[in-house]
Ligand binder design. Sequence first.
Ligand SMILES: Nc1nc2c(ncn2[C@@H]2O[C@H](COP(=O)(O)OP(=O)(O)O)[C@@H](O)[C@H]2O)c(=O)[nH]1
Ligand SMILES: [Mg+2]
Length: 321
Amino acid sequence: MEKANKIKGGDVREASRLIRNLEDSIPEAKSTIKHIFHFTGHAQVIGITGSPGAGKSTLVDGLIEWSRKKGKTVGVLAVDPTSPFTGGAILGDRIRMQRHAEDPGVFVRSLATRGSLGGLSKAVGDAIHIMDAMGKDVILVETVGTGQQEVEIINHAHTVLVVLVPGMGDEIQAIKAGIMEIADIFVINKADREGTGKLQRELMAMLDMSPIKPGGWRPPIIKIGNAFEPSEFEKGLDELTTKVLDHLEHLVKSNLIGDRVRRKTTHELNEALRAAILEPVLKVLVSTGELDRMIDQLLKKETDPYSIAEEVQKKYLQGCI
Ligand SMILES: Nc1nc2c(ncn2[C@@H]2O[C@H](COP(=O)(O)OP(=O)(O)O)[C@@H](O)[C@H]2O)c(=O)[nH]1
Ligand SMILES: [Mg+2]
């Protein structure tokens, strides 16, 4: 409880230690996070997702600055599901964000993904809770990754920004991977480049074909020019932040904010149940070699996955279901 109170008071060292301990699945951390939960629910969470190199961190940096100018405190979570290979990118982010290091209103952490089943999503959720409990007004979650990992961000954020870059050739693929549905706002970064118009037209055509989102929100497309041209970058950023605020207002006005919070809470409970029920069972099945035997049986077509699952269910959930 004392640790949770310290975090509530904004203690950076205690918060950092807790995030690390949760990442390393240290049991004691679990009891602290239980107390943290009561202090959460105040922060505005913005997810920033897109391909590596799309300029997400540059954008996050701009959003930090904008938030600070508005007098808001900021938490930043950089999520890197492919840790061994992109260590350099995270290092780059650290250096870039160094200029905020002296600012007590900014708390930056990165998360690698060593966890097991659903581990990343749970770690992200916990880290957001910690920053929220610390009293951060805005939490920016940058995810590097593809497909499922990116899509999961929707379970944590109020507003999801999908960052695309012209001329990379992977735009449509990213959209196919389910990105289209999760975007609340599209950002075309490096919009001084050739291919911006084409990308914008493609996005608009896809939006025209997509089902209307709940509450009638049509994701706007914001173009942000060269990040190294301060006036151009700021203009894009202004437009983007206006839309982020519009989106939040839309969620509140149309009562959709309640749906998002409910979805987030449902997801969280699912993850906790998975960790408490499925994972321990899987652990036993793996350590006793039973899982391998089951797979052998399946390969020989001696049984089927459903029958095995029923057997496991009988054994471990006897009398409950
Ligand atoms: N030319 C140009 N380069 C940019 C722009 N924004 C970011 N970059 C560069 O693109 C690279 C990747 O940016 P970064 O923000 O780390 O991308 P992330 O991997 O999506 O986080 C870096 O070298 C940035 O300096 C831009 O607007 N124009
Ligand atoms: Mg980055």
